[in-house]
Design a protein. Structure first.
Length: 178
């Protein structure tokens, strides 16, 4: 009266069905491994040195940095933002420099911007520069196609010292207050 159905019976047909299912839909692990994102990764936010932080020594990064505290040493970065109450005593080398606070030392950058609250004592070597009204600057300004190359200025200074003649770059004191 009742006959046995072969649908649920174990055998070669039942063993083949899972293989067909896996061939149609790849496993999640394999799908994730084959996936390559087409959009670039988001740029990480700038590192921040807080106002209560004092660093004695050099800082070097390929990323962006915002300094709100005090640094006694050289700073090298991609984008450097110096806060209003920040103070840096040393050389600055960056692609893009925004000075809101105080710098004592040489500034080298492709783009250098001194805001109205900036106080800079030292030479600025730049490709482009902007000085806002109210900024205070004492030193020389020199435009170079590649201001980030450190060899040119040091070589010029050594050659002038060896010849006994001091190098006389444009020396100006600028106070942009009105």
């Amino acid at each position: 009266m009742f006959s046995r159905s072969k649908i649920h019976a174990p055998g070669p047909k039942a063993a083949q069905e899972p293989e067909k299912a896996s061939a149609v839909a790849p496993s999640p692990a394999k799908a994730a491994a084959d996936y390559a994102p087409t959009t670039p990764k988001a740029k990480p936010p700038a590192s921040v040195l807080s106002a209560d932080l004092t660093v004695v020594g050099n800082i070097r990064t390929t990323g962006d940095i915002q300094i709100e505290g005090t640094v006694e040493g050289d700073v090298r970065a991609h984008l450097l933002t110096i806060g209003e109450n920040a103070r840096i005593k040393g050389e600055i080398v960056a692609d893009d420099v925004v000075v809101n606070g105080r710098v004592i030392g040489r500034v080298r950058g492709l783009k250098v911007r001194l805001t109205s609250t900036a106080r800079v004592e030292g030479d600025i070597i730049h490709k482009t520069i902007a000085i806002e009204s109210g900024a205070h600057f004492e030193g020389s300004v020199q435009r170079q196609e590649d201001p980030l190359s450190l060899g040119t200025a040091k070589a010029n200074g050594m050659a002038a010292a060896a010849s006994g003649k001091g190098a006389a770059p444009e020396s100006r004191t600028t106070n942009a207050t009105q």
